[in-house]
Design a protein around this ligand. Structure first.
Ligand code: COA
Length: 186
């Protein structure tokens, strides 16, 4: 980890976490039973931006619940982290940490694309929504999705979309996502 990056601090965040604190969660609050929020996600849990030290806190292992991750070294992780961090206003990887065990147990990525259209607007994609299986069913997936949606609004995106397997369509429909009219091609 380079000194210029850490600037003497013990850790580095992927983006300025103050934007999370500024989110207006009031429109979502009533939908949580029991009540949790991004500032209070549960006992010993905190929600925050991805940090460099999350490599040691199991972030890459968490991603294996999603897809093939590969054998990513710490150096490779740090290089990718720095590249993403260098793209201003583009990568918002939000994680939930269980501070009692120092482990990252949930994550969502909001990837923002800068556009010329719509008066130089931006559009966002929700990617890599994952909750550690020991922590599922506690509304954390919902919380991560709500935070991604509120972040996209705060940033001023005109559109937010995601791709998912058929079996997860009902999960995302709960949050207002609908099948788009355009074809998705790979
Ligand atoms: C999908 C996932 C993120 C859900 O996380 P979670 O924390 O268990 O979800 P929540 O507790 O917030 O559930 C919120 C609601 O969604 C429902 N739900 C959860 N998983 C669901 C699924 N796979 N399909 C349909 N509904 C689902 C819950 O029952 C709950 O509904 P309720 O409010 O009526 O009780 C988690 O199961 C996961 O990480 N899966 C593996 C990775 C993955 O497939 N990610 C999505 C990639 S597109």
């Amino acid at each position: 980890m380079s000194d210029s990056l850490t600037n003497g601090e013990s850790d580095v965040s992927l983006f300025d976490g103050s934007i999370l604190k500024e989110l207006d969660f009031s429109e979502c609050l009533a939908t949580y039973k029991p009540t949790i929020s991004h500032t209070s996600p549960g006992e010993n849990l905190i929600m925050r931006p991805l940090q460099l030290s999350d490599y040691e806190k199991g972030y890459m292992k968490l991603l294996t619940h999603l897809t093939v991750v590969g054998d990513v070294t710490k150096k490779e992780f740090e290089d990718r982290f720095c590249k993403m961090r260098g793209c201003a206003d583009s990568y918002y990887v939000v994680v939930v940490e269980d501070t009692s065990v120092g482990k990252v147990i949930g994550s969502v990525t909001l990837a923002v694309e800068q556009k010329f259209i719509r008066q130089c607007s931006s559009r966002a994609r929700v990617e890599d929504v994952v909750v550690d299986d020991e922590y599922r069913g506690k509304q954390l997936g919902k919380l991560l999705l709500d935070v991604a949606m509120l972040l996209s609004k705060k940033i001023g995106c005109y559109k937010v979309s995601l791709e998912c397997k058929d079996k997860l369509v009902p999960f995302y429909e709960q949050f207002g996502y609908v099948a788009g009219e355009q074809n998705y091609m790979v």
